[in-house]
Write a protein that binds this ligand. Structure first.
Ligand code: G
Ligand code: MN
Length: 257
């Protein structure tokens, strides 16, 4: 198992504000396996708790290493819904974050809250109280309930890539995305669009008031070493850039899709 990091850019601040850690499994025979293919098995075999605590320990160490190098970013990990019902996991995770002294966030899906809302929301409040940032992941792709949405102590909502990858070639996606951005802002959350692959999608998201973007346009998920180098290069790029309204970063920063 190893981790990759995918940065998020804040559109108005024009800076890399946070990153998401993604777990990958390099299998000796089957090659690279992505979370969608092993997380369900990890949940069934009760390996998900230890796997997530291992991820958390790695991310705390990497966050502190980056902070010491001048890149004090918030780093998110994904938390399975099963663990939101596990009091022992919640206690251990809080203890690690508190004693670790790193800026950490958890991404959770609404679907995971719907299984046992009372316990899940209580545990999310515990996370929030110890200073863990909470983001609602894959918004719009699973089971959504506005009744729960209004109760979640989240500071960020991530719109699923399902609505973003065809944003500029669809009639309905822009309408859904725009109203979701407005809804999240009304609930005092910042909005991230996932799956941003083109300049056109990013420009439209910016006009719609979206706060942050994540996707292949900025970077694919990359190793910690490559991520650190990416941050170093970005520091030089943004220092050299002269503000020219929107998207003042040099064209070389954005990948041409
Ligand atoms: O469920 P979650 O949002 O955590 O999943 C993130 C996954 O989406 C990662 O495995 C990552 O490789 C993939 N991903 C990230 N950015 C993009 C993108 O711009 N386009 C597409 N198609 N997939 C992406
Ligand atoms: Mn995620």
């Amino acid at each position: 198992m190893f981790l990759q990091y995918q940065p998020k850019v804040h559109l108005r601040r024009q800076e890399i504000c946070s990153a998401e850690a993604l777990v990958r499994w390099q299998h000796p025979v089957r090659g690279l396996i992505l979370p969608g293919d092993f997380i369900p098995a990890a949940e069934d075999s009760r390996a998900i708790g230890p796997l997530t605590l291992w991820t958390l320990a790695q991310v705390i160490a990497d966050q502190k290493m980056l902070a010491a190098a001048g890149h004090d970013l918030l780093i998110f990990i994904n938390i399975s819904g099963q663990l939101l019902g596990d009091a022992a996991f919640v206690a251990r995770a809080c203890q690690m974050v508190q004693s670790g002294g790193a800026r950490i966030g958890f991404e959770i899906t609404e679907t995971s809250v719907i299984r046992d809302p009372e316990t899940a929301i209580a545990h999310l409040q515990v996370f929030a109280e110890v200073g863990i940032a909470l983001a609602i992941d894959d918004y719009g792709a699973g089971l959504s309930s506005l009744a729960y949405l209004k109760q979640l102590p989240a500071s960020e909502l991530k719109i699923d890539k399902l609505f973003i990858t065809q944003l500029t070639s669809s009639n309905r996606d822009p309408l859904i995305v725009r109203s979701t951005i407005d809804l999240a802002h009304a609930l005092d959350m910042e909005v991230t669009a996932e799956g941003v692959e083109t300049q056109a999608a990013m420009a439209l998201l910016s006009v719609m008031g979206c706060d942050m973007v994540q996707g292949f346009l900025i970077s694919r998920p990359i190793s910690i070493g490559a991520f650190r180098q990416f941050l170093e290069e970005d520091r030089h790029l943004s220092a050299a850039a002269e503000p020219r309204g929107s998207f003042f970063r040099p064209a070389s920063f954005w990948k041409s899709a």
